[in-house]
Write a protein that binds this ligand. Structure first.
Ligand code: ADP
Ligand code: MG
Length: 257
């Protein structure tokens, strides 16, 4: 079993490190668990996932992110990926001229040693098995990565990458724009198919609706850079009826000087 531990994490834009966006966030995810992080727009959900990915625009100003007890903060994004973290947005959004099949093969190849090569026959066998499992049409693999994709197709591409790369932990930031109900269903089907004892999933969303299709083990509500409430799936139902306002923390008194 593996563990990803986010400990008292503070994150700011690299350009303005004195102004934190994530302000002391704690979260522990173990293999096999599905965690949903919810919260209104602008509370730092995407900033959290970008910090985990090692996005260069963001800087960790306090706390730590530990994978099986070891800090990943000094690791480059590609090292984090090889260590078993999957973060959808680390991939360029469009790669004209590069087919999905070739892209995935290159991603897998990059994890091997210099003298190791992917066996093409095995690669396609695995790829087609995963596509069948995820109900993705074969023709999909010859399209250029994300070029002209609909929201749903981008999600399909993301889920297929996840199934091929077999990460230990996947952060899925369901950014607010362009996710229609079809895309939500694709994500839900993919997550439900791939969830299992080897994979920990953090689903970031502000859509309660997504959780009608994916039943998370834990639900966390984020407000102003922190997790203000955690619970089980019933918390998501409560949010659906009550909204977020009841969880809004009281304004912090100014720090004594
Ligand atoms: P969420 O994903 O919860 O909607 P974000 O993490 O995207 O929240 O943003 C949290 C806050 O940080 C917002 O006020 C947003 O404007 C600001 N922020 C995040 N990233 C950037 C950025 N690259 N440039 C400027 N402001 C940013
Ligand atoms: Mg966001």
């Amino acid at each position: 079993m593996q563990t990803l531990e986010i400990r008292d994490l503070a994150v700011a834009l690299a350009a303005t490190p004195e102004t934190p966006i994530v302000k002391g966030l704690n979260l522990t995810v173990r293999s096999g668990e599905v965690h949903a992080i919810m919260g209104p727009n602008g509370t730092g959900k995407s900033t959290l996932s970008k910090a985990v990915a090692g996005h260069p625009d963001y800087t960790v100003t306090n706390g730590d992110i530990l994978l099986d007890g070891k800090s990943i903060l000094k690791m480059e994004p590609d090292e984090r990926a090889r260590a078993g973290l999957f973060l959808a947005f680390q991939y360029p959004s469009e790669i004209p001229g590069v087919s999905i099949a070739n892209f995935l093969r290159a991603a897998l190849q990059s994890r091997l040693g210099e003298n190791e090569n992917i066996n093409a026959a095995n690669y396609y066998k695995t790829l087609y098995e995963k596509m069948d499992l995820l109900q993705i049409a074969r023709s999909f693999t010859s399209r250029s990565v994300n070029e002209g994709f609909s929201g749903g197709e981008k999600k399909r591409c993301e889920i297929l990458q996840m199934s091929m790369l077999k990460p230990a932990f996947a952060f899925m930031d369901e950014t607010d724009s362009g996710l229609d109900i079809d895309a939500l269903k694709i994500v839900a089907h993919g997550v439900n198919t791939l969830r299992g004892p080897e994979l920990g999933i953090v689903l970031i969303t502000h859509y309660q609706r997504l959780l009608n299709y994916i039943v998370p083990d834990y639900v966390h509500v984020m407000f102003d850079g922190r997790i203000v409430k955690s619970g089980d799936k019933t918390l998501a139902l409560e949010l659906e009826t009550r909204g977020y306002d009841w969880l809004k923390p009281a304004p912090q008194p100014p720090a004594a000087s």
